[in-house]
Design a protein around this ligand. Sequence first.
Ligand code: KIV
Length: 266
Amino acid sequence: MAKKITVNTIQKYKDSNEKFSVLTAYDYSTAKYIDEAGIDIVLIGDSLAMVALGYETTHSIGVDEMAIFTRAVAKGVSHAMVVTDMPFLSYHTCIEDAVKNCGQMIKLGANAVKIEGFSEYILSVIKRLTESGIPVIGHLGFTPQFLNTLGGYKIQGKTKEATDEILRQAKELEKSGVFAIVLEMVPQESAKYITENLKVPTISCGAGKYCDAQVLVSDDVFGKFSEFKPKFARKYGDMKSLILDSARKFDYDVKNGNFPSDEECF
Ligand code: KIV
């Protein structure tokens, strides 16, 4: 049985220039197979609001829903690090709420949490969480929970000034205690510069090949979610066809008396 991935493993990957992989999961059996496949971090992303619950944006999901999915995923994983993406407004009202909500995910089996954005307040939240024994992943560049203030799905860090600003923020997150930082929708060369100037690893979500790790939404990778596919996602499977095909065959067999067979009865 492979050893459990910890914050130390993740830092060792960075120090030895070794890439690592991150995939989202939202349920027990998917998490189990992703873990078996050797993925390093299983993220219960708040993307589940859209791909698993059919909400329009990630804003609608709450702590109680994230808790259900965190418990299910954590039960399926034995090797990978389990990280819960903290939902919109679950860590913004005050530090006490942040510790309580993030702490709840750890109690349910997560090994760390991910929080989006940058401000003096966010830095103090990260500091308090790590002081409380809750490892944190930061998230810069395009941050979906700030969709309305950013004015849409926009690439971040397109100029030298904007890249320097993301690096400045990343260094502050690093000082406050994050053990990794997701860079979302940042041009590849900007992400390269940021990655080369940080001690903690960067995780690319549409930020190119020079980051230390790559993350994708598993429903995109498995070809399950079909309403849209981000430019940076790669489809490795075709679960939509598999589900359609299996459901159609079952429907046909039921309606034509082919299911169940004698062997499938008591
Ligand atoms: O919600 C999510 O799944 C994410 C990752 C894709 C970074 O935040």
